[in-house]
Design a protein around this ligand. Structure first.
Ligand SMILES: C[S@@+](CC[C@H](N)C(=O)[O-])C[C@H]1O[C@@H](n2cnc3c(N)ncnc32)[C@H](O)[C@@H]1O
Length: 223
């Protein structure tokens, strides 16, 4: 697959699958312009919100929508280049009259790199594309440098939550966390399907509901 170049790296995901329905197309015209951002600075002063969270690759938006409803005084920035996923989240935002979600339709690395240091309360990376082939490892979202960057953007005790059901990504996460550059950045807690935080605090995504293998959940708390 051809990658899309950006100043940080290439984005390799698919951007579109099914054609949008009429209603979805309408939401792109009526709702999206008012909540879409093209840079973190478009948010202006975020002090009015109790906390700011970023979700990387929100897919169809189940997780971010539920958290936004439950935490109306916090701001949630969802990053997702996949058009059909954005359409699904727009529908949820409309149905539930959600006012505290903003959408960045691009590579989350660009958005996160612009966030002032020590600002975010949380970052969610749920079921990232696994890119299991050895020659594609550099396409994985999580790399030592993205991990360090995300840590810098989190405030003290801010959390990075990761989930994956892919065995190769699971060992990749463990490998990255054992590296010298990342080893002392976080308190690390691993969970499995029976010990994962409850659905209120960590809502299930569409991908999680369909996952076939054992899921590894990781909660990294910035020290
Ligand atoms: C396997 S899907 C998981 C979607 C969702 N998190 C879930 O659990 O259902 C991975 C998603 O990450 C998105 N994605 C991949 N690379 C990304 C990037 N660099 N920035 C933002 N989103 C990305 C893809 O478009 C895709 O929707």
């Amino acid at each position: 697959m051809e990658g899309i170049n950006n100043p940080i790296g290439k984005f390799y995901g698919r951007v579109r699958s099914r054609k949008l329905t009429g209603t979805q197309g309408q939401l792109f015209e009526t709702l999206l312009p008012s909540i879409s951002i093209s840079a973190f600075s478009d948010l202006g002063d975020v002090q009015a919100y109790s906390e700011v969270f970023v979700e990387v690759g929100f897919g169809h938006g189940e997780h971010i929508a539920q958290l936004a409803v439950q935490n109306a005084d916090a701001l949630f920035v969802g990053c997702e280049p996949f058009v059909n996923g954005v359409a699904s989240l727009l529908a949820k935002i409309e149905i539930h009259a959600i006012e505290n979600i903003r959408i960045f339709r691009g590579d989350a690395r660009l958005l996160i790199s612009e966030v002032p240091d020590n600002l975010l309360a949380g970052i969610f990376l749920l079921f990232p594309d696994p890119w299991p082939k050895r020659r594609h490892i550099q396409r994985r979202f999580l790399q030592a440098d993205t991990l360090v960057m995300m840590c810098n953007k989190l405030k003290k005790n801010g959390m990075l939550r990761i989930a994956t059901d892919h065995p190769k990504y699971q060992s990749w996460v463990r490998t990255l966390l054992a590296q010298a550059t990342t080893q002392n950045l976080f308190d690390v807690r691993f969970f499995d399907g029976s010990t994962r935080p409850n659905e209120q605090s960590w809502p299930r995504t569409r991908y999680e509901q369909k996952a076939l293998g054992d899921i590894m959940y990781v909660e990294l708390t910035k020290i």
